[in-house]
Design a protein around this ligand. Structure first.
Ligand code: SAM
Length: 216
């Protein structure tokens, strides 16, 4: 099941997030004021049985609808420890598991919604991860993504490309991912995109599973 996964890159991503887990919430404090509104927007689309991918320290937990049946996966165990503590403090009834979106162990057509916020900038093989969501979400379900992407302007885009190797090394996230294109390449069908933030750098994507690479 795991064949073809770049294990070295995945281990590096895990190690990077484990390294910053203690400081993650602190560093994100300023941006989180804006992110909170966007998180709420994303979660307003969530229905039924939900998979949250890359829960991090659990920043989305306050947005989960009361009584929602949510399963959360996270690659980095130290981020997951923090998420568990947040779930305990908030009384969020979430089934939290260590896991990799590139190798989901859930059956086909299992969830009504899959949601991820600021995750596919870090997943080593985002198309593989998005295809996995395509597989586990029911044909009438939705895949909800909130992601920062490469700004499509000549100078700033190039600058993002130049800075990217350094940022990945320190922070774990790529700043120049073309996630809208990746969603399409993974075979998902985009229903809507909301462009958010400075230079429309953040995208709220609502997608449906597509036939090509998801459901057989
Ligand atoms: C920038 S953080 C975002 C965390 C959280 N979703 C949020 O909005 O604050 C990215 C998270 O994705 C996780 N992640 C990266 N690659 C992953 C993978 N292949 N499978 C599951 N989680 C992954 C990282 O460990 C990290 O916790």
């Amino acid at each position: 099941m795991n064949s073809g996964i770049d294990l070295k890159a995945t281990a590096q991503t895990k190690a990077r997030y484990n390294r910053i887990a203690r400081f993650y919430d602190l560093i994100e404090t300023a941006s989180e004021r804006r992110f909170k509104l966007w998180r709420e927007k994303l979660w307003s689309h969530a229905r039924g049985d939900i998979l949250e991918v890359g829960v991090g320290t659990g920043k989305n937990f306050p947005c989960h609808r009361r009584g929602a049946n949510v399963t959360g996966i996270e690659l980095a165990d130290r981020m997951l420890d923090r998420a568990r503590e947040r779930a305990r403090q908030l009384g969020t009834p979430i089934d939290l598991r260590e896991g990799d979106v590139q190798a989901l162990e859930f059956p086909d057509n299992y969830f009504d919604t899959a949601a991820a916020t600021f995750v596919f900038c870090s997943v080593p093989d985002p198309i593989r991860g998005l295809r996995a969501l395509n597989r586990v979400v029911k044909p009438d379900g939705r895949i909800l993504l909130l992601e920062h992407v490469r700004i499509d302007r000549p100078i700033i885009g190039r600058l993002m490309d130049l800075l990217n190797p350094l940022i990945v090394r320190v922070w774990g996230a790529n700043i120049n991912r073309r996630t809208v294109e990746n969603v399409k390449r993974a075979g998902l069908e985009i229903e809507s995109i909301e462009h958010l933030g400075p230079m429309q750098m953040v995208k709220l994507i609502v997608a449906r599973p597509g036939g090509e690479t998801g459901h057989s």
